[in-house]
Unconditional design. Structure first.
Length: 412
């Protein structure tokens, strides 16, 4: 077997000038496919993380006004949400977590002097998990006891923390919100989101909902945010939430303006479907390029078989079996594909590793991810190359095995 393999390699080397373009085409097709799949894989992983940190299971509710009469009440009636309504929603089986959210604009300072007019959000401890919020090391988000005791603690967005404290560590420091002192318990970790509202979280200050409610005399929350127990059934949960609130607040369940419900989970699914479509498109483009190269391998194999008819006939006349002739032709195609495809796969891996090492901006990295070659992608491409070798070499191998020794020797 090794002797025959060595002989085959010498034959291919003798035809290297003619085979060079075929090998280059295979390498280029493999490189393109690997790079496209690498970028698609990195983009997919990055977007999954971005969606998770945006609240990919969240429903966001806000009060509105009726547009049709219901329950003996006229249209145009305001429908504010109340904490009691949130308690009723919390009992629904499809709701995993829930948080009230009060919002105000307030002057924030570190003492005497001017300060920014910032968005202050009063939320419950579950808010961080619903929104996918992370806190920098050394700090924490709001806890249940903060809300129970109406503590004056605050969690700062990353950007407003830098605006207020500069490079200094704000944990444990005191700031004034509308003249009232709050102790800084944590700072949000920098993150990229695609589903946000009321501005970026980096510019917000989060305090316990009970504290903000008491401090500003608030009654109705601006929003109620909840996390669906099963993201794929968020549409059903929206209907259940609307029916529950319609019964409590006396509006028509079909009146969507009475209570606005933004289904972030459905939006995340739509973005996920778009990402899948992009990956499929990139994969199809790459596979088509590789198939074009495989056609080139098939053509060169046909040419080689035609040129070696006398040699094949002689081998058969000396006792070689058709199976051996077929195997030799398939092995020749496999060697061509292995050299070209292996070279393309290696170059693509180096290219992807080099791109991953570039000092890209954090926002760019968050969306593109790390387009590094992965073992599943490499294994899939190797399997595809094997299939290309089989397809490209099968018909020429059958032609070679079907040669009649007498006819081949007579017409050689």
């Amino acid at each position: 077997m090794m002797r025959e393999l060595g002989e085959l390699l010498r034959e291919l080397w003798a035809d290297r000038r003619r085979l060079f373009l075929v090998v280059v085409a295979l390498g280029w097709g493999t490189l393109g496919l690997t790079v496209l799949l690498g970028f698609g894989h990195g983009f997919d992983r990055a977007m999954v993380g971005v969606l998770r940190e945006s609240g990919d299971r969240m429903l966001r509710l806000s009060g509105g006004a009726t547009t049709v009469p219901a329950g003996g009440l006229p249209a145009g009636r305001p429908v504010p949400l109340a904490p009691e309504d949130a308690a009723a929603l919390r009992a629904l089986p499809g709701v995993r977590l829930l948080s009230l959210e009060y919002t105000v604009r307030a002057r924030v300072t570190l003492g005497a002097g001017e300060g920014p007019n910032a968005r202050v959000h009063g939320v419950d401890d579950a808010y961080a998990e619903v929104r996918g919020i992370r806190v920098r090391g050394g700090g924490r988000f709001l806890s249940p006891i903060d809300g129970q005791e109406r503590r004056r603690v605050a969690v700062l967005g990353d950007r407003i923390a830098r605006d207020l404290f500069g490079a200094a560590d704000p944990i444990g420091r005191t700031l004034l919100v509308s003249g009232q002192p709050f102790s800084v318990a944590g700072v949000l970790a920098p993150r990229i989101t695609v589903m946000t509202y009321n501005g970026q979280d980096d510019d917000k200050i989060f305090v316990p909902a009970t504290t903000l409610r008491a401090l500003f005399g608030l009654r109705n929350p601006s929003f109620v945010v909840l996390e669906a127990a099963r993201a794929e059934r968020s549409a059903e949960l929206v209907q259940e939430v609307r029916r529950t609130l319609a019964a409590r607040l006396r509006f028509d369940p079909g009146d969507r303006a009475a209570v606005a419900i933004r289904d972030h989970a459905a939006q995340a699914r739509e973005i996920g479907a778009l990402i899948l479509g992009i990956r499929l498109f990139l994969g199809i483009v790459g596979v088509l390029g590789l198939l074009v190269a495989a056609v080139g391998v098939a053509n060169i194999m046909h040419a080689l078989v035609d040129e070696r008819v006398r040699e094949i006939g002689l081998r058969l006349a000396l006792g070689a079996r058709p199976l051996q002739i077929r195997a030799r032709a398939l092995l020749e195609a496999a060697l061509l594909v292995a050299v070209g495809g292996g070279g393309g796969l290696g170059l693509a891996s180096l290219l992807l590793l080099g791109l991953d090492a570039l000092p890209l901006d954090r926002s760019v990295r968050a969306y593109l991810g790390s387009p590094v070659p992965s073992l599943p992608v490499a294994a899939g491409i190797a399997a595809l190359l094997g299939a290309c070798a089989l397809v490209a070499g099968w018909h020429p191998a059958r032609r070679a095995a079907a040669v009649q020794p007498v006819e081949a020797l007579r017409h050689a």
